[in-house]
Write a protein that binds this ligand. Structure first.
Ligand SMILES: *Cc1c(COP(=O)(O)O)cnc(C)c1O
Length: 363
């Protein structure tokens, strides 16, 4: 009996990407077996934390790293680290940050909602958010103006396809913060393959989701300066207690990082491209469908399949209503566009998607 049958759960085809309500990603057999091996064992958790730091540093080029429960937790704890450092009194006082530098500067174009607003993840540490610029754009002058104010503890930046408005030059933004002695943090939750690029902006901490493109169990990876990573770890005795990683998550991250480093990345990228190109060629034969290969807007080494159809919201609804339900990206459905992320799908699932599209559109 499958796990879905045993618990009476729906089998779904997930072409929506690393989407939390659908279980995010598939872990490899090697990661799954490392997790199974860890569960019945005891560990000295600090030792496991040190090994995770070495592994994250080795994989990303950062000085140090740590694992927390998820990226949302990583945002809260990175802000807490900037406010409280490793001072036990301050760590115990949070989220009361009244006597600390407690203002986080965030470009307004980097306010995102991944199921929760990142504004709330920042405020959860006890910090207050000051937005720079407006929803359309944040110029460096806008950032400078806010960074110049009193009580700034850090600059928070987001690298994601969820950001809006004109893109901001992250390297220049980090430099503007550093000119004022303010640390810069980049939330790159869905950007694992680009962690080194994000660190190359000079950011003090880069936050990455383990369960998205690394394919580990749910985990937030924090990579960056030794001093701030140490401060993030220190929050474990404060507000970080409820955001700690499980032993099996840390072991799963170690296994996934090892696998990633052993992988032939050029071949991986080429295989993904072949998969998307083949899908687009097949889908383009369906009446009423214009299909295109679309590169990731944030330069992840990953393309997606764009389908242009007459009634995109209607098609998305029918795909979800069928058996098995098929989930696609609907952000631009009102413009007649559906996007499919094929990365985790196997051949049978791709055949299911194609067959369903024929059934729904060839009338
Ligand atoms: C997914 C996402 C998060 C939240 O990640 P979790 O690991 O699910 O907490 C935060 N920021 C961005 C930009 C995301 O895409």
């Amino acid at each position: 009996m499958s796990i879905h049958e045993r618990h009476r759960l729906s089998v779904v085809v997930n072409a929506r990407g690393t989407f939390t309500p659908l279980g995010v990603s598939r872990s490899s057999a090697a990661v799954a077996s490392a997790v199974a091996e860890a569960l019945p064992e005891f560990f000295v958790m600090d030792e496991l934390g040190d090994r995770a730091s070495d592994a994250i540093a080795h994989a990303t080029g950062a000085q140090a790293g740590t694992v927390v429960h998820c990226t949302s937790a990583a945002i809260t704890l990175a802000v807490a680290a900037c406010m409280a450092g490793t001072d036990p009194r301050r760590i115990a006082a949070l989220p009361d940050a009244r006597d600390m530098h407690n203002r986080v500067v965030l470009p307004a174009v980097h306010v995102v909602d991944y199921g929760q607003s990142n504004l709330q993840a920042i405020r959860l540490a006890g910090a207050q958010v000051t937005l720079a610029g407006d929803e359309k754009r944040c110029r460096l002058e806008d950032l400078d103006e806010e960074l110049d104010g009193p009580d700034v503890t850090c600059l928070m930046l987001v690298s994601s396809r969820l950001t809006s408005g004109e893109p901001l030059d992250l390297t220049a933004a980090v430099r503007a913060a550093h000119r004022r002695g303010v640390p810069a943090i980049i939330d790159g939750a869905g950007q694992f393959p680009r962690t080194a690029d994000l660190l190359a902006t000079g950011a003090d901490l880069v936050l990455i989701s383990g369960q998205k493109y690394l394919g580990s169990p749910t985990a937030g990876l924090v990579a960056g300066s030794r001093r701030l990573v140490q401060a993030v770890r220190a929050q474990g005795n404060g507000i970080g207690r409820g955001m700690k990683p499980s032993k099996e998550a840390v072991v799963g991250v170690l296994a996934a990082l090892e696998e990633w480093q052993a992988m032939d990345r050029a071949k991986w990228a080429a295989d993904q491209e072949t998969k998307v190109t083949a899908f687009v060629a097949t889908a383009g034969e369906i009446p009423g469908v214009v299909a295109e290969v679309v590169p990731d807007p944030t330069s992840l080494p990953l393309s997606r399949a764009l389908l242009k159809v007459d009634d995109a919201p209607g098609l998305a609804r029918e795909l979800e209503a069928g058996l098995p339900p098929i989930y696609v990206m609907t952000d631009r459905q009102d413009a007649g566009e559906l996007m499919l992320e094929l990365l985790p799908l196997d051949e049978a699932e791709i055949a299911t998607v194609i067959a369903r599209l024929w059934a729904l559109l060839d009338k």
